[in-house]
Design a protein around this ligand. Structure first.
Ligand code: C5P
Length: 408
């Protein structure tokens, strides 16, 4: 979806520079060409050779190199790009940008450019919250620099807080939002449920499962990237909030259902959450006490509401396209085909979650898409790519459904 777009990626010196390698791969997968400027400090974290191999282009670092200047002057580097992306944007480079310095090739290109600039900051939490950085970011925003992130999270320096560079897919989403006018899901409203639910047994104990929320969150990000107005209803997860998405945090299945129904009139619902099937029939109001010699308490369970089935059978309020997930450990496709009918949804994304597959909590997923037309076996893909592919299919389906309706 970035076909023909030219990105000039400026890689400064931060540990997050390793994520820029994945960013290049993802941009190229989407058809963009990427050219890199690497700062001297950046070269301490990633090698010019890695960038060169991934971009299939040479890497520019030296302002005073005769070959760099004769083959590609710093003005030409900016002229040849549609967008400049600074990732990672370190506190030092942001300060140099804000101060208008031109003391290396990266800073000079950034000073000389008239192209849009996107910065993905990455630094220690105290550097990010320091008054100097806050003022620099403010200045740069006023001058039209767009920022993506940083996210909250654990950092390489063993601290926690804002300062983690956005994930490559979040940066891609920000780039597409800046460059892609053609957003096929613009004007569509989508709901995505994601993560596990937590069912309280008493105020300190709960029943839950291993869902990480990675797949559901990636789907919310992908739908937003294609222009949809997305509400993400998420159980407790550690993954960061996707950018450009309204996030509603819940704990239990009852809360997830209420929040999903509150999302209002929808075109698309993707139920990717691993909702607990059962909750405690009567959760204790105080902590259940151990009593010496007494048998363990019996756990009486009650069924949870089925969010997917409720949305699928919502009558006139039913979203135009309802997509469910089927996490199975055996007979994956047969069970999923059956589930599609039982739940009344339009599509099922089926995946094998046997421990050996590493799907739960992992980065990759092998899925089968079950639609009214049959079963598609998708190749093993990263969860972000499964999400992009699914979002693309959803956009195509709604466009075709719209055309069919217009013809009738
Ligand atoms: O019945 P099962 O849990 O296997 O169905 C999985 C699908 O149904 C997923 O899309 C999941 O998000 C959804 N689901 C739900 N509410 C439940 C149980 C499952 O939305 N209580």
């Amino acid at each position: 979806m970035l076909h023909g777009k030219r990105i000039l990626l400026i890689v400064a010196g931060g540990i997050a520079a390793f994520k820029s390698l994945d960013l290049i791969r993802r941009l190229r997968e989407r058809g963009a060409s990427v050219r890199c400027v690497l700062t001297e400090a950046g070269a301490k974290f990633v090698t010019p050779l890695s960038l060169q191999a991934l971009t299939e282009d040479r890497v520019y670092s030296d302002m005073f190199s005769l070959t760099d200047e004769s083959e590609m002057g710093h003005i030409q580097l900016s002229r040849d790009a549609d967008l400049l992306v600074v990732a990672p944007a370190t506190a030092n480079l942001l300060a140099r940008m804000a101060g208008g310095l031109a003391d290396d090739l990266a800073a000079t290109v950034l000073l000389a450019t008239d192209k849009p600039v996107l910065a993905a900051p990455a630094m220690n939490v105290r550097m990010w919250t320091h008054a100097a950085t806050v003022a620099n970011v403010e200045t740069l925003k006023k001058r039209g620099v767009t920022f993506v992130g940083p996210n909250d999270g654990a950092m390489a320096c063993n601290e926690f807080g804002p300062g983690r560079m956005s994930e490559p897919l979040e940066i891609v989403a920000a780039i597409e939002a800046m460059l892609v006018r053609d957003r096929p899901l613009a004007g569509r409203r989508a709901l995505v449920t994601s993560g596990p639910t937590r069912e309280a047994l008493d105020p300190v104990r709960f029943i839950s499962n291993h869902s990480s929320g990675k797949q559901g969150h990636a789907i919310a990000a992908a739908l937003a990237e294609l222009g949809a107005d997305v509400t993400l209803v998420s159980g407790p997860v550690a993954v960061p909030d996707p950018t450009g998405v309204k996030v509603v945090r819940v704990e239990s299945a009852d809360q997830m259902l209420a929040a999903s129904l509150e999302a209002g009139a929808l075109d698309i619902a993707v139920c990717a959450a691993a909702v607990a099937d059962w909750k405690a029939a009567r959760p204790a109001t105080g902590k259940i006490k151990k009593q010496a010699g007494a048998p363990p308490p019996a756990l009486e369970l009650a069924p949870n509401p089925d969010i997917l089935a409720t949305l699928s059978k919502a009558g006139p309020r039913r979203p135009a396209l309802v997509v469910g997930f089927a996490a199975e450990t055996e007979n994956v496709v047969a069970n999923a085909v059956d589930k599609r009918t039982r739940k009344g949804c339009d599509w099922i994304v089926a995946n094998d979650v046997s421990p050996a597959t590493g799907t739960f909590g992992g980065e990759r997923n092998t899925v089968h898409l079950i639609t009214e037309a049959g079963v598609e076996d998708w190749p093993p893909l990263g969860k972000g790519d499964v999400a992009m592919r699914l979002a693309g299919r959803i956009a195509l389906h709604l466009a075709q459904a719209g055309k069919k309706q217009a013809a009738e």
